[in-house]
Design a protein around this ligand. Structure first.
Ligand code: ZN
Length: 62
């Protein structure tokens, strides 16, 4: 049975190019104070983690 616990922190899956790409996009947006791009990246990361890795990120994850 899958563990339904949510995760507070996003940790890119080792070897997953999409995780690396999304993480990079989020960091770049944050560094540029581009709030809408950062939000977009966070949404994509949350969706990707759920769909591809079966991991649920908590609301407000770091
Ligand atoms: Zn991934």
């Amino acid at each position: 049975m899958a563990d339904a616990a949510t995760e507070r922190r996003f940790t890119p899956e080792a070897g997953c190019a999409r995780c690396t790409q999304l993480d990079r996009a989020r960091r770049r947006a944050a560094a540029a104070y581009d709030h809408s791009a950062e939000t977009d990246a966070r949404v994509l990361i949350r969706h990707h983690m759920r769909a591809e890795h079966g991991r649920e990120l908590e609301v407000g994850w770091m």
